[in-house]
Write a protein that binds this ligand. Structure first.
Ligand code: SF4
Ligand code: SF4
Ligand code: FES
Length: 313
């Protein structure tokens, strides 16, 4: 089979020398996975190269790294498809997690966040004692299945900007896992789960990076959005969830009364005058204050909108 020589640039790291780049050349064919590339570099050129890999089939979640700057699984990446016009590939360890050596990071913080969401079903006592059987309908199973398929690779968390900025945010993978049980009718701890998840859900910025990088198509951002649908059922009150309730009410009332969402009014009703004043100062500084006074056109078919909103209520 035809082979091509490629150059693999690895950002190596150890405590003594810090981070530095090292390049390796080798020939690959069109089927060579990046984990095979790493195995050959380690056995043929540099025994000191450190990386993790086990299953080589996107199941164990251990070969996570940045390939050409993108959080990826090495075993799911074909070398020749990842090379640039100079036939080079750049490999680095994942962002966010502390480096251990070369491409290996310490992902304890990932597991800590996963355990915080009680990642197991808590069934009714009668089921646990064997008195009753609790079945799931195929439809309900389909709903939660997507969020069950996480392989704990940690890529979404390494790609998430909110996790890096906000210690209270549980992160995408933990939210997907947590929601999987919130939405499972067999579970008995929904309110406790909402106590853990709801405030955190509103710390996500909906940037969809987790959606982009997940090798299993778990779609954590969708789990976060669906968690917010349980806001009415959630009995707690945190500063964020109080504002979220006001925000939801304001959207509904604005649409019912004007047919559209006026952002300045929405902000005022959601966050109050103090926050609105602070926001106004930021807008002034950014030269955007004029937009708060832009004249709106009237919505014509208000009767229909009122009917729809009435039906909704
Ligand atoms: S959508 Fe939310 S959870 Fe996903 S990467 Fe962006 S901020 Fe993080
Ligand atoms: S949700 Fe996806 S990207 Fe995140 S840890 Fe699970 S499998 Fe990996
Ligand atoms: S080696 Fe198991 S997921 Fe890549």
């Amino acid at each position: 089979m035809e082979e091509k020589e490629i150059t693999v640039n690895v950002k190596k790291y150890n405590e003594k020398d810090g981070a530095f780049w090292k390049s390796y050349k080798l020939s690959v064919d069109k089927y060579t996975q990046m984990t095979e590339v790493l195995r050959r570099i380690k056995s043929e050129q540099d025994p000191s190269l450190a990386y993790r890999a086990s299953c080589h089939m996107a199941v164990c979640g251990s070969c996570s790294m940045k390939i050409n700057g993108v959080p990826s699984l090495a075993c799911r990446t074909i070398a020749l498809q990842a090379t640039d016009e100079k036939n080079e590939i750049n490999l680095e360890s994942m962002d966010y997690y502390p480096g251990v050596r070369d491409l290996i990071t310490d992902i304890d913080v990932f597991y800590d966040k996963m355990y915080k969401v009680m990642p197991r079903l808590v069934a009714d006592n009668s089921v646990l004692s064997g008195e009753n059987e609790q079945r799931m309908t195929p439809e309900d199973q389909t709903e939660v299945w997507k969020f069950e398929e996480c392989i704990y690779c940690g890529l979404c968390v390494s790609a998430c900007p909110s996790v890096k900025e906000d210690e209270k945010f549980l992160g995408p993978a933990a939210h997907a896992k947590g929601f999987r049980f919130v939405d499972d009718e067999r579970d008995t701890k929904r309110q406790e789960r909402l106590d853990i998840l709801m405030d955190s859900a509103y710390r996500c910025t909906s940037c969809y990076m987790c959606y982009e990088v997940c090798p299993q198509d778990v779609q954590p951002v969708i789990a976060i959005k669906k968690t917010k649908n349980y806001l009415d059922e959630y009995k707690g009150n945190t500063a964020i969830t109080v504002a979220a309730r006001k925000h939801d009410d304001a959207i509904e009332n604005l649409i019912a009364s004007t047919g559209k969402i006026k952002e300045s009014t929405l902000f005022l009703k959601s966050f109050g005058y103090g926050e609105a004043m602070r926001d106004a100062v930021d807008m002034l500084k950014a030269g955007k204050f004029k937009y708060a006074f832009e004249k709106d056109s009237k919505v014509k078919n208000m009767d229909e909108i009122k009917k729809l909103m009435g039906e909704k209520k």
